[in-house]
Structure formats: structure tokens, C-alpha cells
Design a protein around this ligand. Structure first.
Ligand code: ADP
Ligand code: MG
Length: 453
């Protein structure tokens, strides 16, 4: 078929192209394009912005050329022009066959997303007031990766609130829509261990290449960079970050706290993380908890009545992983006992879980746990003794009281043998400093905390 009217030619081509990719991808990239001009050896396509033009060239160019050539019955070059208003056409990109270098092409096909959970998608993510900002920011990043204002996107918040889920949803959706080619999702532990390995194997250049050659880099749990001696890792990450950002590549990071509170993170990294967008995830409110429970139950094929859902939503408020845990316990019970989950059953099955989680930890609990862990007595902790091992245990106990209770510095000092609040501040700072270089201490604290919860 010969069709020399550019608009008509393009509309025929579009109907061909539509069948060659997922509907969503087509809608994202082709809906706002138009055929502009056709000559004996060139076809010009209007695209809405430079980003879209670049995509065309990098991702769909071969398909477009093939379809246009078939329709015209002769080979033509394809040009992409940015369309401005009704008349003005700004040519910015031309058909250069060498635009995508040969070995780059190879990498283009590789999407490093094997390590993603299949169900951490936007579809499975319940949006509530607690996470709507982070959710919207994540979608924006998928749609227009690399925009300065969203680069990096730092998603931060407490444990089990959905940071990893959201970060992986960005990877899944970007892959599905084809908004970026090379995606790399890693935890900061993996970044660290790959980097160390590359040093040992004298392959640091290859390491740098791998990370600096992606279009979307997602690093989960960057707080890990602050633990122990990771100066070189931070340095490497710093350079990776700068190279990617300069190239307009998107960076997404997650952290358990806002970057400026990541003690142990180099100042230049902290300031860079603040260049883009900081999006926090808060504890889910009651309605969101209900919606999440309903969604999880539906997904697992578990039928839960409204009163059971309300019972759990009311009592499990600390994080979303625990909501899931409650649903899983009920699911296990239902499948073993083949009985329906009534409110009585739910109460019985979840009794221990819920009661234990709800109990708040008090200063005395912490004193007991710390004393037991370090083999000293609670009396020692509150006494005047300056024995080294007692002082260390006392400082840790004070730190945990500050961390796990709402008690003021003054109250904590008073309970620890009428000490001044400055002593408590000093204790907290000492432990924080120790934590920076001592991973075992962190593990010990985690163990004490677990015993308390
Ligand atoms: P984080 O990385 O913040 O510790 P995760 O992303 O691992 O938390 O989330 C914990 C669990 O809760 C995951 O199984 C995740 O799928 C689920 N989850 C978190 N937020 C939501 C949400 N808004 N909707 C549905 N499930 C969620
Ligand atoms: Mg996580």
C-alpha cells in the first residue's frame, strides 16, 4: 500500500504498531505522536517532548522504520521532531543508525530485575493517607524518569511500612511500560558485597560500569551504608550517583529514616539525597489497615467478615507486615481446621500475637532485659558504681529507654539512680557512636529488643 499523506500514513502505521506491544506501552508512547511530513526518502514524526523523542529513537525505532517502510513500499529515514503548539516544529533528533552503539544494544535487553517479588506491584499496593505522597511520587518517576525534581526519589519510613514494595513496584511498572531500558534493583547490602568482591577480584572498573550504565537504579535500605567501615562503598556510591544523575538517569533510594538523620553517612551524600524528592511513609491509619487486610485476604482466597477485619485493624497498628502476619495465621488455621474464621476463632488464633504486640515496653522491662543480657543486676544499673562493664550496660539501657519508650531524658535519668538528663544524653551519644563501627552491638540490641516485644 502506498500512502503519501503523512497523517494517514502514520495512522495506518500506528494500527500496526499497536499490535506489537502491550496496550499500556502503546498508549504511553504513541498516543500523542503525529505524522508530520513524508518525502521520497524521509518520514518525519512529531513527538510531544524530547524525552519521548529519545524513547522513540532508542526503543521503538527499528519497529517504526520497519512498519513505515512496509507501508510505503520503500526504505526511508525516520526523523523525530518535537511538536510545539500547532505550527512550530523543532527538529532535535535525527535518524542516526549509530545512535545506539552495538554493545549498548546488548545491555538494553538486560533488565536486572530477577530479584523482584512478583507481587510487589502498584496493583497490590493499597494507597492511604499514610503513603499517598510516596505512591504519587513513585508513579511520577515511572512516567518521567530522570527529571531533576524527582531525582533522586528517597522513600523513607519505619520497618514494614511498604518501602520495598513501592521501590519494586517502580521497577515492575517501568519495565512493563518500557519507560526505561536498563533497570537495576539492589539492596545496599548487595551493592556493598558486589563492590567488595570487585575489589578482591580487581574488577572495580567492571563494577563501576555495571552500575553507571543503567537508566534506573534502585537501592533499597541505604541505612546499611552507615554501619561499620563502609567509607569506600560510600565513595563508590557517591560517584555512581553523580554519573547517573548527570546523565539524567533515575535513582530511587529507600531508607529507614530521613537522610539527614543517617548518622555515619557522608555529608556530601546526605546533601545529594536531598536534591530530589523526599517522600515519607507513615503508619497506616485505621481505614488503610482495613483496606490492606481486605486485599490480602482476597488475594489469599480467605473470606473474612467485617467484624474480623475490624478486630485486627483495631489492634494491629504498628506496621503492615504484622497485618499480613495476622492474615497468614488465620489462613493457616482455616486450612488446617477447615472451619470458618468467626470473630471468636480470630480472637483465639491471634490472642498471643495481638496481646504481645500491644503491650508497651516500660523502663523497668528494659532495665531487666539489659541486666539479664549483660549479667549484671538491675541494682547495679541504678547504683553509683563506675565499673566499666556496668557503665556500658547502663548506657545501653538508657539508650534503649530513649529509643523504645516515650519517657523524657529527665525521667530516664531519675529512674537510673537520680542521674542528670545530661548523663542520659551522653549515654545515648556514646551508644550511637559505638553503633557506627560495631555491627555486633547492633545485633545485641536487636536481640534485647526482640526479647522485649
Ligand atoms: P519495608 O520495606 O518498609 O520494611 P515492605 O515493603 O517489606 O516494608 O512491606 C512489608 C509487607 O507489607 C510486604 O509484604 C508488603 O507487600 C506489604 N505492604 C506494605 N505496604 C503495603 C500497602 N500499602 N498495600 C499492600 N501491602 C503493603
Ligand atoms: Mg524493606
Amino acid at each position: 500500500m502506498k500512502q503519501e499523506d503523512p497523517a494517514q500514513l502514520w495512522s495506518v502505521c500506528l494500527s500496526e504498531l499497536r499490535g506489537m506491544m502491550p496496550a499500556q506501552t502503546f498508549a504511553t508512547w504513541f498516543e500523542r505522536t503525529r505524522g508530520h511530513d513524508v518525502t521520497s526518502d524521509k518520514f518525519t514524526i512529531e513527538v510531544p517532548n524530547p524525552f519521548s523523542g529519545e524513547r522513540m529513537l532508542k526503543r521503538f525505532h527499528d519497529q517504526i522504520r520497519q512498519v513505515v517502510t512496509t507501508q510505503l513500499g520503500r526504505p526511508v529515514a525516520i526523523d523525530y521532531h518535537i511538536f510545539e503548539g500547532n505550527t512550530q516544529i523543532v527538529p532535535v533528533l535525527t535518524d542516526l543508525p549509530s545512535y545506539v552503539p552495538a554493545d549498548d544494544r546488548q545491555i538494553v535487553e538486560e533488565v536486572e530485575t530477577d530479584n523482584l517479588y512478583d507481587n510487589y506491584t502498584f496493583e497490590n499496593f493499597v494507597v492511604g493517607e499514610c503513603n499517598d505522597f510516596a505512591h504519587a511520587a513513585s508513579l511520577a518517576v515511572v512516567k518521567s524518569p530522570g527529571q531533576q525534581t524527582f531525582n533522586p526519589l528517597v522513600i523513607y519510613g519505619g520497618v514494614g511500612l511498604g518501602k520495598t514494595h513501592l521501590a519494586q513496584a517502580i521497577a515492575h511498572e517501568s519495565k512493563r511500560l518500557g519507560t526505561v531500558d536498563r533497570i537495576r534493583y539492589v539492596t545496599s547490602e548487595i551493592f556493598y558485597s558486589e563492590f567488595i568482591e570487585s575489589i578482591q577480584e580487581k574488577k572495580t572498573k567492571e563494577f563501576a560500569q555495571t552500575y553507571r550504565n543503567v537508566d534506573l537504579l534502585i537501592v533499597d535500605d541505604i541505612q546499611f551504608f552507615c554501619k561499620g567501615h563502609k567509607d569506600r562503598t560510600q565513595e563508590e556510591f557517591f560517584h555512581t550517583f553523580d554519573v547517573l544523575r548527570q546523565k539524567g538517569k533515575q535513582i530511587v533510594l529507600t531508607s529507614d529514616r530521613i537522610p539527614k538523620e543517617l548518622s555515619g553517612l557522608e555529608e556530601r551524600l546526605v546533601s545529594r539525597f536531598e536534591w530530589g524528592l523526599l517522600a515519607d511513609m507513615k503508619l497506616p491509619d485505621y481505614e488503610t489497615r482495613e483496606a490492606i487486610l481486605q486485599k490480602k485476604a482476597d488475594k489469599d482466597g480467605l473470606s473474612l467478615s467485617q467484624d474480623v477485619i475490624a478486630y485486627i485493624a483495631d489492634r494491629v497498628a504498628s506496621n503492615i507486615r504484622e497485618l499480613e502476619g495476622a492474615v497468614l495465621s488465620l489462613l493457616a488455621y482455616a486450612s488446617l481446621s477447615h472451619c470458618d474464621i468467626t470473630i471468636e476463632v480470630a480472637k483465639r488464633v491471634l490472642k498471643n500475637k495481638i496481646r504481645r504486640r500491644q503491650r508497651s515496653v516500660g523502663i523497668e522491662d528494659i532495665q531487666k532485659a539489659v541486666a539479664g543480657h549483660y549479667g549484671v543486676s538491675v541494682e547495679d544499673l541504678v547504683a553509683k558504681t563506675r565499673k566499666k562493664h556496668v557503665v556500658a550496660a547502663r548506657q545501653i539501657a538508657m539508650f534503649l529507654c530513649r529509643d523504645m519508650t516515650r519517657a523524657s531524658l529527665k525521667d530516664i535519668g531519675a529512674i537510673f539512680g537520680k542521674r542528670d538528663h545530661t548523663t542520659v544524653i551522653h549515654a545515648c551519644q556514646t551508644v550511637k557512636k559505638l553503633l557506627l563501627n560495631d555491627e555486633h552491638l547492633q545485633e545485641e540490641l536487636d536481640r534485647i529488643k526482640n526479647a522485649l516485644s
